[in-house]
Design a protein around this ligand. Structure first.
Ligand code: FAD
Length: 347
């Protein structure tokens, strides 16, 4: 039995878990650690505390898949469509750029994190609140330690967090990078945008007459995107939440501010833009320090082998591009790499 640790419960980790389970069946024991309190990573979905039927996506909003990507990743999409986790996007998104012929778009009726949870079922153990701080080589295994002092020994470790968070890890990984300056430079060259998300949960009785369900905003100093979550998900009668994303420029200019301070500014700005809207029942502001990849790892290889023996490998959208198909492509390359190591392990 090969014991594998996946760090992260985002979409890349979930797909990798599912592919590894299919490929290796009972020869592997899959453990997942995440620093967060729940699954999803940047595909996170929150609930209105006073109405759990009302949810909103704080990160990824919907799926856009080119004809080619859809064809290559058909088995993943079909699994989600059959499980009723994905539906065609039917709502009106104002300001969306024209898409090439054959592109398909989907929404997640139960929230984007339901896509992640669908595939995480193939894990043997999932532990939240496990913030990985160091990884040390110990003979033929890796010793992984969390901030709270939990330690585990694993035959293979798969990292799926954004690359800047990989660079923060202590232990053997720092030694490896000091010996391989090219790898270090390539990792350091991966760049992410940052932005804030603001979610407003409203009283379900209020009728909003906007003429759009979601909208890209090109002429505002703060916001770049807004969406009515229920309408986006083809559920116009459900309780209402509006999600705003700030522009990358606003994210960069306001990176070091107190979250409460930013939340107040964003709420005031919504009032200026939409003076008729009622007071929200509940408001949540979230800082995406690592939002979307602006400069991916050179050559977009899908994954990077940090050490061969024992295997330490990193994947995720940092190694492809920031959308679902980028994560799926990365998960396929991770799975190929890891399954080769598992064969060697069995020998
Ligand atoms: P992540 O989701 O970031 O998962 C990494 C996980 O690792 C996280 O759960 C994190 O908590 C955990 N982690 C990090 N460090 C540690 C540590 N030291 N120890 C333990 N755990 C750790 N994509 C689309 O396809 N469509 C969209 O509409 C879209 N819109 C977006 C809007 C926003 C605002 C954002 C932020 C992203 C958007 N994306 C969109 C991009 C998409 O969300 C990402 O590409 C995708 O979710 C990345 O998944 P991942 O698993 O690679 O990484």
């Amino acid at each position: 039995m090969c014991k594998i640790l996946l760090v992260g419960t985002g979409f890349t980790s979930a797909i990798t878990t599912s592919l590894l389970r299919k490929m290796c069946q009972k020869h592997i024991y899959l453990v997942i650690w995440d620093k967060a309190r729940g699954a999803g990573g940047r595909m996170s979905t929150i609930r209105n505390p006073s109405d759990s039927s009302c949810t909103a996506d704080l990160g990824a909003q919907y799926i856009t898949s080119s004809q080619e990507n859809y064809r290559d990743h058909r088995e993943i999409y079909e699994s989600l469509i059959q499980g009723k986790q994905l539906e065609p996007l039917c709502s009106k998104i104002e300001g969306m750029k024209d898409l090439p012929l054959g592109t398909q778009q989907f929404v997640a009726p139960h929230g984007m994190n339901s896509l992640v949870k669908h595939f995480l079922q193939d894990a043997d153990e999932i532990h939240f609140g496990h913030y990985v701080v160091s990884i040390y080589k110990c003979g033929k295994q890796w010793v992984v330690e969390s901030k709270s002092g939990v330690k585990g020994m694993f035959d293979i470790v798969i990292l799926t967090m954004p690359v800047p968070q990989v660079l923060d890890l202590q232990g053997s990984i720092q030694e490896i990078m000091s010996k391989d300056q090219e790898m270090k430079r390539n990792l350091q060259s991966v760049k992410f945008s940052s932005r804030y998300a603001l979610c407003l949960f409203f009283d379900s009785n209020y009728k909003f007459n906007t003429g759009w369900d979601s909208k890209y905003i090109y002429d505002d100093k703060i916001f770049r995107y807004v969406s009515f979550e229920n309408r986006k998900r083809n559920m116009p009668a459900s309780p209402l939440a509006a999600v705003f994303h700030t522009s990358i420029q606003y994210g960069a200019n306001n990176a070091d501010r107190e979250l409460n301070d930013v939340q107040n500014e964003l709420v005031d700005h919504v009032k200026e833009m939409f003076p008729d809207w009622p007071e929200p029942e509940y408001t949540k502001c979230h800082w995406w320090q690592y939002s979307q990849v602006m400069t991916p790892y050179m050559g977009q290889p899908g994954c990077l082998t940090i050490a061969e023996h024992p295997l330490l490998v990193a994947g995720g959208d940092s190694f492809m591009s920031s959308h679902i198909d980028g994560c799926i492509s990365s998960a396929f390359t991770l799975t190929n790499k890891v399954s080769q190591a598992i064969k060697a392990y069995k020998v």
